[in-house]
Design a protein around this ligand. Structure first.
Ligand code: ZN
Length: 69
């Protein structure tokens, strides 16, 4: 199922940038988020995110089933 994915902007507190799907409760607010794109699964989303953001990791809440390779 196609979903929109977002990543939070880098902050000084946390160098990791977390990828969320559109339904995540912990999804960053619009001003704190960058749009990654629309994907069928989170593995594709994280791969795409990591092209641009080296420290991209998956959200343990909404993407806990995700197993990026
Ligand atoms: Zn999330």
């Amino acid at each position: 199922m196609l979903k929109h994915y977002f990543i939070n902007k880098k902050s000084d507190k946390d160098p990791n940038q977390v990828v969320h799907d559109e339904y995540c409760r912990q999804r960053p607010t619009v001003t704190e988020a960058l749009y990654v794109g629309m994907f069928n699964n989170c593995s594709d989303a994280i791969k795409e995110a990591q092209k641009e953001y080296k420290h991209a990791i998956v959200c343990p809440k909404c993407l806990c089933d995700c197993k990026p390779d």
